[in-house]
Write a protein that binds this ligand. Structure first.
Ligand SMILES: [Zn+2]
Length: 240
């Protein structure tokens, strides 16, 4: 399946990213490796999507997060939809809903953001820009060589700073030591650049309250959802 609509709307030199659903073998491999940290999950997701289409290396990071989500959705169900459930935070009622790709709305990335920003941190100005997947990987390689448990959120934030690859020690120090409004700034940057889709509001049928669900969190339990969505048909097992 060729995914042509990507959150950034960046004019790539290719038409889209071609994805295939994970087959049984890959799915078991995926579950057996069951990475613990977000960084390990990212690396595994990358290797799966990279097998589908080498152009993922050229994607902007935010588009890549979206592609990972689509890969999971495609694995669960070829119609790219699935049934989810959540609980109402007000009255605890169990809410069931159906989600399809048309319900997924991108967070707009305006032109100014795409061109890059300048932000003030630790009394200096720094250029911020969205990295590509391969730039992000260079960063992971560097940090993996020196650190064992690097926080994925921190790594995503480092990758937004254009000079962080050149002066990793300086940027790591500056970002980890941020306080007060500097923390707000860093989290805002992450939100602006690296959250490609909007949460979906689900209305509670009992009390009328709403619950915001991130579509990304829904694909976490792929195997379970796959079995739910793909029930056997009568002609699949024939008894004597
Ligand atoms: Zn409710």
């Amino acid at each position: 399946m060729l995914i042509t609509s990507l959150p950034s709307k960046y004019p790539y030199q290719f038409n889209g990213i071609n994805l295939h659903p994970l087959n049984f073998g890959q799915l078991l491999e995926y579950l057996n490796e069951s990475p613990n940290s977000d960084l390990d999950k990212f690396v595994l997701d990358y290797s799966i999507c990279r097998q589908c289409d080498a152009n993922v290396d050229k994607l902007l990071l935010t588009d890549f997060f979206f592609i990972v989500f689509m890969e999971k959705l495609l694995t669960i169900n070829k119609k790219l939809e699935f049934n989810g459930s959540t609980s109402c935070p007000e009255c605890n009622e169990k809410l069931h809903y159906k989600l399809s790709t048309s319900d997924i709305k991108f967070n707009p990335l305006d032109e100014e953001l795409m061109k890059g920003l300048t932000v003030k941190l630790a009394s200096e100005y720094h250029k911020v820009q969205m990295p590509t997947v391969s730039e992000f990987f260079n960063m992971i390689k560097y940090y993996r060589a020196y650190h064992r448990n690097l926080d994925f959120k921190l790594l995503k934030i480092y990758s937004l700073f254009v000079n962080a690859q050149k002066y990793p020690g300086k940027y790591e120090d500056m970002i980890t030591k941020a306080t007060y409004e500097e923390i707000t700034l860093l989290l805002t940057l992450e939100e602006l650049y690296l959250q490609p889709v909007k949460s979906i509001n689900i209305k509670c049928s009992k009390c009328g309250g709403t619950v915001a669900v991130s579509p990304f969190s829904l694909a976490a339990d792929m195997f379970h959802l796959l079995l739910e969505e793909n029930r056997l048909t009568e002609d699949q097992i024939l008894f004597k």
